[in-house]
Design a binder for this molecule. Structure first.
Ligand code: KG4
Ligand code: ZN
Length: 335
C-alpha cells in the first residue's frame, strides 16, 4: 500500500506547531514553537496575543517541518488542522492557513478535533495500541474519560463538571508563587514533600470529575497560613487528584470490561500520576501514555488523528470554520 503523508497543523492555544507524519504513526518532523515565555508574565494565555503570534510564526514553522522531514509540499497527501476545541482566534490562524494550503496545492483538507489528537499521541508512541481502550485525557483545557471504540468512534464516559485538571494545577501553582505553567513546577516540588495535608473530598456521581473544590481549599489554606509547607501542599494535591483519576479509570474499565487504559494530554506528563497508573499493571491492566513531547500540544498528534479521519473517508470543505467548543464525537463530514 502507498504511504500516506499527513501535514498536521495545530494552533488551538499557545503552541504553533506543524508536523509531518507517515501512515499516522511515524513522525518525520514535529516542530513546536511555544509562546510560553510571552504569556508567562501575564500568568496565563492571553488570547489575542496568542493569535498574533500564531500569524507571525506559522509560515516559518511549516517551512521547518517540511525541511526536517526532507519533503516538499508536493509529497503531502492530506492536510490535517485542528478546528476545535480551543481559542477561536488562535484556531482561525491554523484553519485559514491549512485551507489556503489545501486550495493552492489542491490537496485534501481534514479538520481534526484537538482532543482526538491527544488520544492519537498514544498511537505514535505505541505502535501496538489499537482500539478498543479507555483514554483519560487530562490537560489544561480538558478532563475527559473516553471509551475509544474505534479510531473514529468515541463515547464520553465522564468529564469535569467545573475546572479542567490542568487549570487546577496552574491555579495552585500561581497562588503559592510557582509561576506559569504550574503543572511541571508542582510535579517537581511535590517530590520534596509529604502528602500529609487533609483536603476536603468533593462527591461527584458516576464517572465525572470536579476539581474546583480542592483548588479553592488549597487557595484558602495558603491565604490563611502563607507559611504552610508548599512541597507538602503540592504532594497532597497530587495525591488527591491522582486517587480520583485512578478510581474513575478503574471504575470505567470494570464497567466496560476493558483493561487497557491510555493517558493523554499535558497533565499525563505528571510523574506521580504516571507512577500510580503504572502500579495498576500488577493487577493486570495495560497502561499506555505518550512520550513527554507528545503529551503537551503538538501537531504530530493532530496529523495522526487526521490520518485516521482521512482513511475513513472524512475530508472537509474549504468552508471549514473554527469551532471553539467542538465536542469529541462531533465529526464534520462534508462531501
Ligand atoms: O495538553 P496541553 O499542552 O494543553 C491543553 O490542551 O490544554 O496541557 C497543558 C497543561 C497545563 O495546565 C500544564 O500545567 C499541564 O498541562 N502540565 C502538567 C505537567 N506538564 C504539563 N501538569 C502536571 N504535571 C506535569 N508534569
Ligand atoms: Zn491540548
Amino acid at each position: 500500500m502507498k504511504d500516506i503523508i499527513t501535514l498536521g497543523i495545530e494552533s488551538s492555544c499557545d503552541e504553533t506547531s506543524v508536523a509531518v507524519v507517515k501512515n499516522g504513526r511515524e513522525v518525520l518532523s514535529n516542530v513546536i514553537n511555544s509562546q510560553i515565555n510571552i504569556h508567562e508574565k501575564f500568568g496565563g494565555v492571553v488570547p489575542e496575543i496568542a493569535s498574533r503570534n500564531h500569524v507571525e510564526a506559522i509560515s516559518a514553522v511549516t517551512k521547518k517541518a517540511l525541511k526536517d522531514a526532507g519533503i516538499s509540499f508536493e509529497n503531502i497527501d492530506n492536510i490535517a488542522c485542528t478546528y476545535g476545541p480551543g481559542l477561536v482566534g488562535a484556531l482561525l490562524v491554523g484553519v485559514s492557513y491549512a485551507k489556503a494550503l489545501s486550495y493552492a496545492l489542491n490537496k485534501p483538507l481534514t479538520g481534526t478535533n484537538h482532543i482526538e489528537g491527544h488520544i492519537a499521541a498514544n498511537y505514535i508512541t505505541h505502535k501496538d495500541l489499537k482500539p478498543p481502550f479507555i483514554c483519560l485525557i487530562i490537560s489544561g483545557g480538558h478532563t475527559h474519560l473516553v471509551h475509544i471504540k474505534d479510531y473514529d468512534k468515541f463515547e464520553i464516559l465522564g468529564k469535569t463538571r467545573d475546572d479542567a485538571i490542568g487549570e487546577a494545577f496552574d491555579k495552585v501553582a500561581r497562588v503559592i508563587g510557582l509561576g506559569y505553567p504550574g503543572g511541571p513546577k508542582v510535579d517537581k516540588l511535590a517530590k520534596e514533600g509529604k502528602a500529609n495535608i487533609e483536603l476536603p473530598k468533593t462527591h461527584v456521581d458516576g464517572l465525572d470529575f470536579s476539581f474546583s473544590g480542592v483548588k479553592t481549599a488549597i487557595i484558602n489554606m495558603h491565604h490563611k497560613n502563607p507559611d504552610i509547607n508548599k512541597a507538602d501542599l503540592c504532594a497532597s494535591f497530587e495525591k488527591y487528584v491522582t486517587e480520583i483519576l485512578v478510581n474513575n479509570a478503574v471504575k470505567a474499565s470494570k464497567k466496560l470490561g476493558i483493561n487497557t487504559i491510555a493517558l493523554a494530554g499535558g497533565v499525563s506528563a505528571n510523574s506521580y500520576i504516571r507512577e500510580n497508573f503504572i502500579k495498576l499493571e500488577k493487577q493486570g491492566y495495560k497502561i499506555y501514555y505518550p512520550e513527554p513531547i507528545l503529551c503537551t500540544d503538538n501537531a504530530a498528534m493532530i496529523a495522526s488523528a487526521g490520518y485516521y479521519r482521512f482513511i475513513s473517508g472524512v475530508t472537509s470543505e474549504l468552508t471549514l470554520n473554527a469551532v471553539p467548543n467542538l465536542k469529541i464525537d462531533n465529526v464534520t463530514i462534508l462531501d
